[in-house]
Design a protein around this ligand. Structure first.
Ligand SMILES: Cc1cc2nc3c(=O)[nH]c(=O)nc-3n(C[C@H](O)[C@H](O)[C@H](O)COP(=O)(O)O)c2cc1C
Length: 235
């Protein structure tokens, strides 16, 4: 597991490789009711100034990346300390840097942080675990890539799952906790956050600082052996 100094060192490295976002650009995220104080993410408004063209210059090695993945676990008890703007920026840039099929970028994220917005999340799920930030992940089915041999026909789910995975891993790098949540009433989320009909809701991501009593569930350690998960050359 990571100790505090290795996490700090990793955060410093991440900050070197990610430029701060600039303002401007058009907003393609879905809208929420004006009455809602849920924070709307305008992903197109973030410009990644220092996007790496290759792995040249990446100072993190494979073992350090594995250490980061080991540091992530599903946090089910959060403190009420909110993310800083800089921490949230890292998560959103991790989303923006994610690959998508045909570079279609169909995902749309809604960041919910207000008391009113979090109460609307709580109407739909019991799995917020006190997280002060919830990211709703959805994709525009009119924008996502179709076909291309994918058996279920739409790459939007894959694209949005990659985005949410990168957010969870970036959260771990920022020494934050996260938890995927698929157990929610989608009709309530749709209604409470004005999700348009052409958007497919993928999952909710809880983010925040782990509470002192937070600990990984026993399932966290229950990984199948690689011999089971991976075959060579043919199934
Ligand atoms: C798509 C998806 C949906 C999930 N939904 C929930 C959920 O609704 N509630 C919850 O507490 N955990 C949820 N989890 C977390 C898993 O239970 C957890 O990732 C798994 O048990 C492995 O544990 P770990 O994340 O601590 O390594 C979900 C995870 C994924 C990937």
């Amino acid at each position: 597991m990571w100790n505090t100094s290795s996490v700090q060192s990793f955060k410093a490295k991440m900050r070197l490789s990610l430029a701060r976002p600039s303002r401007g650009g058009s907003c393609r995220a879905f809208s929420v009711r004006p009455a809602s104080r849920a924070r709307l993410v305008c992903l197109q408004g973030y410009t990644v100034l220092g996007k790496l063209q290759s792995t040249e210059g990446v100072s993190m090695n494979g073992q350090e990346y594995l250490d980061l993945l080991k540091a992530r676990y599903s946090v089910r008890s959060f403190s009420d300390v909110q993310l800083t703007d800089a921490e949230l920026d890292v998560l959103l840039q991790a989303a923006q840097l994610s690959p998508t099929a045909k570079n279609s970028q169909p995902f749309r994220l809604c960041v919910v942080q207000s008391a009113e917005g979090l109460a609307k999340i709580d109407e739909a799920t019991r799995c917020r675990y006190g997280a002060p930030t919830v990211i709703i992940g959805a994709y525009d089915a009119g924008v996502s890539a179709k076909g291309l041999g994918y058996e279920t026909g739409d790459f939007g789910d894959i694209d949005t799952s990659i985005v949410l995975t990168n957010i969870a891993n970036a959260a771990a790098a920022e020494n934050l906790g996260s938890c995927w949540v698929g157990a929610y009433d989608s009709a309530i989320i749709r209604k409470n956050f004005n999700i348009p009909n052409n958007y497919v809701l993928v999952d909710l991501m809880m983010v925040g600082h782990s509470a002192e009593d937070a600990e990984p569930s026993p399932r966290h350690e229950q990984t199948e052996p690689l011999d089971t998960l991976v075959v060579r050359e043919t199934f």
